[in-house]
Design a protein around this ligand. Structure first.
Ligand code: ZN
Length: 500
């Protein structure tokens, strides 16, 4: 059996190395590669995808997994989890022909470039043929892989194990019934939040220094990570000693960079604190997109937009930009970062209305997969939904249907994890507060206890525990959106002085 375990670990290590190589190429594409690099990148990524496929899908590996599964009672926990995860991955990928899988990777790379151009020119027709291809691939994948109850469930499960449209319909309906009435009341509230000071000039070089310090302060280890710039902020991880985050800067909106830094920092801290036993293993990463988002949103919103954190951060911000904040009070500063309003751009949305943006995408993706809408009709459908949920219609496709990167990368079923992550974060925060008072630590800018708690309960496990196991073990109950809806009601009723 020792031999079999060694073989398993060797293959795991090789798959991890292929992932590493692919991730570096994606990182490079997003942070500096020239426009004309796309053909070469598509070719290399497609070869690496083929290599990944052949390493995973072959009779020898199939037999090895079967042999180890038969002795599962004698396996240590890490090996057992590897066997289970590889079995799932094997069964998923083996159903798709290798050539199709390789072609898909190459077309994804081309779609990304087309999307960038389409967005720049605000011309959906440039992207539409590529998007049609990616949607068709995904429908084919569902055919090959099969589905339970709803075809979209197969895609959802890739990002959040066992997640279904039934659960999401219920979750989103609950959110809708909480958020929509709050938005209506906020629109009628006598409290008008003034954030004019955020529109003054904030030199980018000063912003860069501030964001780097902030990232370090919240617990991101700069010896095992770097921060760069990209059009869309993101995090990528090769192993716990090499985690990379990006942000972007606007001279007249410093909070865009600050909150994307804190957000990506939350993702990065998760990856830097995976347990040592999972080094160079494909299990040595975050367990799901939803849990990942729970970490980034915990830092960004629950901590980063809280009053105690603002008490710590206000003097720091004021020292960096004294001329812009002369007469501003701490409370006004707190209100400004929590200003809520209906808007068109998801990544600039406030904490409360954010999930409405996600609901729109969820509803559209479901219709796409059900063949109830065609790609060419997406801009009109998009605008209709924004009018319905936000009372606003985008002026062009760049600020409408073309705004997000996800579909250009073939990511369908990914968006719901953002809203789920916010809800998980509230449930985790509730559990953490039973053990200690976060606000005392935050006022002092001391993140060590918070980081330790997250490492112990969530980060260190990597993919050894699945999302529902982590939630139950950490909070003592299954996922419960009530913590999130209560949190939103309480926070925004207080800020906008709302009555029931
Ligand atoms: Zn995120």
């Amino acid at each position: 059996m020792k031999d079999a375990i060694k073989q398993l670990n060797d293959i795991d290590n090789k798959l991890h190395a292929i992932n590493h190589a692919q991730a570096i190429i994606y990182w490079d594409a997003a942070t500096g590669a020239p426009k004309n690099s796309v053909e070469g990148r598509a070719n290399t990524l497609s070869i690496l995808t083929g290599e990944y496929y052949q390493t995973l899908v072959n009779e020898t590996f199939d037999n090895l997994l079967k042999e180890l599964a038969e002795q599962k009672d004698a396996l240590d926990f890490v090996t057992l989890r590897k066997v289970e995860e590889f079995r799932n991955e094997y069964d998923k990928i083996a159903k798709i022909p290798v050539d199709m899988y390789k072609a898909y990777t190459a077309d994804q790379a081309k779609a990304s470039v087309a999307w960038e151009e389409a967005k720049e020119k605000s011309d959906f027709s440039i992207f539409a043929p590529h998007l049609e291809k990616l949607v068709d691939y995904n429908k084919k994948f569902i055919e090959y892989r099969g589905f339970q109850k709803h075809p979209y469930n197969t895609l959802l499960g890739d990002y959040e194990k066992n997640l279904t449209t039934d659960e999401l319909d219920e979750f989103f309906s609950e959110l809708k019934h909480t958020i929509v009435p709050l938005v209506t009341k906020i629109n009628a509230s006598h409290v008008k939040v003034n954030n004019d000071f955020t529109k003054l000039s904030y030199p980018i070089d000063k912003q860069e220094a501030l964001n780097k310090d902030l990232l370090k302060a919240i617990g991101f280890d700069m010896d095992s990570g770097i921060m760069a710039k990209s059009v869309h902020p993101f995090t990528t991880n090769f192993n716990r000693h090499d985690v990379r985050v990006t942000t972007r800067y606007f001279e007249h909106n410093p909070f865009s960079a600050i909150y994307s830094t804190i957000h990506e920092g939350g993702h990065g801290i998760y990856e830097q604190n995976i347990g040592e036993a999972l080094d160079f293993s494909t299990l040595g990463t975050g367990t799901s997109m939803g849990i990942h988002e729970s970490q980034s949103r915990f830092f960004e919103n629950i901590i980063g937009r809280s009053y105690p954190f603002m008490a710590y951060f206000f003097p720091i911000f004021k020292e960096a930009f004294p001329e812009n904040l002369k007469d501003l009070s701490l409370y006004d500063f707190y209100l400004a970062v929590n200003k809520s309003e209906q808007s068109l751009i998801r990544i600039e949305a406030d904490e409360l209305t954010y999930s409405l943006h996600i609901m729109i995408r969820y509803e559209i993706e479901k219709l796409l997969i059900e063949n109830k809408v065609l790609v060419k009709d997406l801009p009109a459908l998009w605008n209709k939904k924004y009018e319905e949920y936000m009372g606003l219609i985008p002026e062009n496709d760049a600020e409408g249907v073309l705004q997000d990167v996800h579909w250009s990368e073939g990511l369908f079923g990914y968006f719901p994890s953002y809203a789920l992550g916010s809800a998980y974060a509230s449930q985790f925060a509730h559990a953490m507060r039973k053990e200690f008072d976060l606000s005392e630590d935050l006022k002092k800018g001391d993140f060590s206890r918070i980081k330790d708690w997250l490492r112990t309960h969530i980060h260190q496990h990597g993919r050894l525990l699945n999302p529902s196991e982590i939630i139950e073990k950490t909070t003592g109950e299954p996922f419960n959106p009530k913590y999130y809806t209560e949190y939103l009601k309480e926070k925004y009723s207080e800020i906008y002085k709302l009555k029931d």
